[in-house]
Design a protein. Structure first.
Length: 394
């Protein structure tokens, strides 16, 4: 009766079963996997947010496939503040970056066409691709540890040799998560130049997911792909992370790159977007005000991420078994732990014996069983105690 694309194995994994049992028993939990910013104790300007939703202009319907111009201008303003030149005409509003992905996948791919995705990266891609009949092919991000002479870890880099080897005649584009979730790796200038040359030479697109772009830990703001001109580029972002408002379902995609590809992509996307017209009027009208919330929200998040990282480093310095990988940005840290058992077994054990919830690395496609992923937006006391219990396990 059902389409093969929905033949998912929906049985809960051992960790989610253990978590459900733990919660049902009412046991206390130190949750180091939190990613919903509205549940992490950040302060929001509640009245500004709710007032923004009661604009009388929402009483009339002005359908526009790209979304209301006032909202798109505000989004263009967000990029202008970063010195990135983006025209409101190149922006499409969507209800989430997931929806933006689906528009792009539909614009680029016939069933069975391929897109390259980074590995490790976050797990939602598999479902998005299945739903759109797209095949995902992984390209590795390699981690280079500090050598004895170097001052800093070399961190993450795209393995371009493997990326090029993964390209087939069916490859339509390369997805870049900038910075990546959970590695926190930003694509560097040289990497962007190389991606441009690979993609433009083979008539492939770049799809850049920048939901965490503003959460860089270094002082120098990394450039956005939104003004990239070297290849057909789709840049995705939204208010879930920028202003910590995932419940408002306000996101966008931006089309950039050389003609005639850019005009062709805009025209095709316009038909898809016009078919759905999915973003509601009150939210579109509120986008300028929601964007204003970014400064207060990001300040709190960045200071919590820095404090949690400092606490993590303080505790790591007291032992030798575990370490963490370099973090350039984003909301996660990757811990390297002794590979004495499968990472899922370890996560289940941490839950049952320590009451701590973490993500095993394989959720994010880490191959070896020696990684755990923890959320750096976890409230600080919970984070510090959770880390203490994780480290006490080794
Ligand atoms: C890299 C990345 N992209 C996109 C999303 C989803 O964003 P949205 O709420 O706009 O669909 C997430 C959610 O965590 C994410 O980690």
């Amino acid at each position: 009766m059902f389409a093969k694309r929905t033949n998912w194995n929906l049985a809960p994994n051992r960790l989610s079963e253990a978590l459900a049992t733990h919660r049902a028993a009412g046991k206390p939990l130190l949750d180091l996997t939190v990613s919903n910013p509205t549940e992490c104790g950040f302060n929001y300007d509640g009245s500004a947010i709710l007032n923004a939703l009661s604009n009388p202009a929402a009483l009339s319907y002005e359908p526009n496939p790209r979304g209301l111009e006032s909202a798109r201008r505000a989004v263009a303003g967000y990029y202008a503040d970063r010195n990135e030149d983006v025209s409101a005409e190149d922006i499409f509003l969507t209800t989430s970056t997931s929806e933006a992905y689906s528009y792009i996948f539909r614009t680029l791919c016939d069933p069975g066409d391929e897109l390259l995705i980074p590995s490790p990266s976050y797990p939602l891609f598999d479902f998005l691709a299945d739903i759109q009949d797209v095949s995902l092919v992984r390209y590795p991000l390699d981690y280079f540890k500090r050598d004895r002479k170097a001052v800093n870890d070399h961190g993450w880099q795209i393995d371009f040799h493997a990326l090029e080897q993964a390209i087939t005649p069916r490859t339509r584009g390369v997805i870049v998560v900038h910075p990546n979730n959970p590695t926190g790796h930003f694509a560097k200038r040289a990497e962007i130049a190389k991606l441009n040359s690979i993609c433009s030479a083979r008539e492939m697109a770049i799809i850049a997911d920048e939901v965490f772009l503003d959460f860089a830990l270094e002082e120098n703001r990394p450039a956005s792909f939104a003004a990239n001109r070297g290849a057909l580029t789709f840049t995705l972002s939204g208010l879930s992370k920028i202003s910590g408002l995932p419940q408002m379902k306000a996101a966008w995609l931006i089309v950039g790159g050389p003609q005639p590809w850019k005009s062709e992509a805009l025209a095709r996307l316009e038909v898809i977007a016009d078919t759905y017209l999915s973003v509601n009027a009150p939210v579109q009208l509120a986008i300028p005000k929601f964007l204003e919330q970014q400064h207060a929200f990001q300040k709190q998040v960045i200071s919590r991420v820095r404090r949690n990282l400092a606490e993590l480093d303080r505790q790591l310095a007291t032992q030798k078994a575990c370490s963490r990988l370099t973090v350039e940005g984003g909301w996660c840290a990757v811990l390297r732990v002794p590979a004495t058992r499968a990472d899922e077994d370890l996560a289940v054990e941490l839950l049952t014996s320590q009451g701590v919830s973490v993500h095993p690395g394989h959720f994010y496609d880490f191959s070896a069983g020696e990684y755990l992923v923890v959320s750096l937006i976890t409230p600080e006391e919970t984070f510090a105690e959770g880390v203490r219990r994780i480290l006490s396990n080794f």
